[in-house]
Ligand binder design. Structure first.
Ligand SMILES: C[S@@+](CC[C@H](N)C(=O)[O-])C[C@H]1O[C@@H](n2cnc3c(N)ncnc32)[C@H](O)[C@@H]1O
Length: 235
């Protein structure tokens, strides 16, 4: 195993049934720039482990921490982090070239508020995030898994809603966007059935940059839906 492969965890989160993943394996080649960034910006990588991330040590006491699940090429994540330097961004994806890409942007823009993990976000949420510690979660254009037999791979499902709910502060938010109308309906239905969440479809916030995946969807004429759900205290 290479040193970098040690940073990853594709092991089970214990949240989904064994063998079920929310992501597709991809074999994109890593570029020299991405490879270099993985070495040179290693200080911005948080390796996967079992101890909780000390968010105060990483970002400071009053800094709200937002997790982005599945940042893809990282362009939008880096833009959001640059526009909001007083928020700590914990950016997670399983795809090595994307991790290298985001780290390269972190270096280019001298961003200090971003930390990057090459990991299954469900594993990180389960093992490394303290209950009630996140200010927000972002998931833009999650894999839609359109076939009925693959719905169990969707990141939005009741077990994951329970998990994210437990890691967010009361009033914390999960912002999602999708170009798949049926998935938007699915998301609304899942959150609607959960007593711990309130929210629904919103106008696209101006601060959310167009992501790489979204650009293709817009080019192909698909409608984009943004949704925000907030946690409510148990009664
Ligand atoms: C369709 S792509 C969208 C990427 C990006 N947000 C965009 O809009 O361009 C979905 C991304 O989510 C990542 N992903 C899916 N499940 C994940 C998980 N459990 N943990 C971390 N990343 C995940 C995939 O590797 C992929 O990069």
């Amino acid at each position: 195993m290479t040193e970098r492969a040690d940073l990853r965890s594709h092991g089970p989160s214990g949240i989904l049934r064994p063998g079920i993943r929310t992501y597709k394996p991809r074999r994109t080649r890593i570029t020299e720039r991405q490879e270099r960034a993985l070495q040179q910006q290693a200080a911005f990588i948080i390796p996967v482990g079992t101890s909780p991330i000390d968010t105060i040590a990483v970002w400071g006491i009053d800094v709200p921490v937002v997790m982005e699940i599945g940042f893809g090429d990282g362009l939008a994540a880096a833009e959001m982090a640059a526009a909001d330097p007083t928020t700590g961004l914990l950016a997670i994806d399983v795809h090595t070239p994307g991790v290298g890409g985001l780290l390269a942007r972190v270096g280019d823009a001298s961003l200090t508020n971003v930390r990057v993990m090459e990991a299954d976000a469900l594993v990180v949420l389960t093992r490394m995030i303290e209950p009630g510690s996140l200010h927000g979660v972002r998931t833009y254009f999650p894999d839609p898994w359109p076939k009925a037999r693959h719905h169990k791979r969707r990141i939005v499902q009741s077990e994951v809603l329970d998990l994210v709910h437990s890691r967010l502060q009361v009033g914390g938010s999960w912002h999602l966007a999708t170009d798949w109308v049926e998935y938007a309906d699915w998301i609304r239905a899942c959150f609607g059935e959960h007593p711990g969440w309130t929210g629904g479809v919103i106008d696209r916030p101006r601060w959310r940059p167009v992501t790489r995946y979204e650009r293709r969807a817009l080019h192909d004429g698909r409608m984009i839906t943004d949704l925000v759900f907030r946690t409510v205290a148990a009664t």
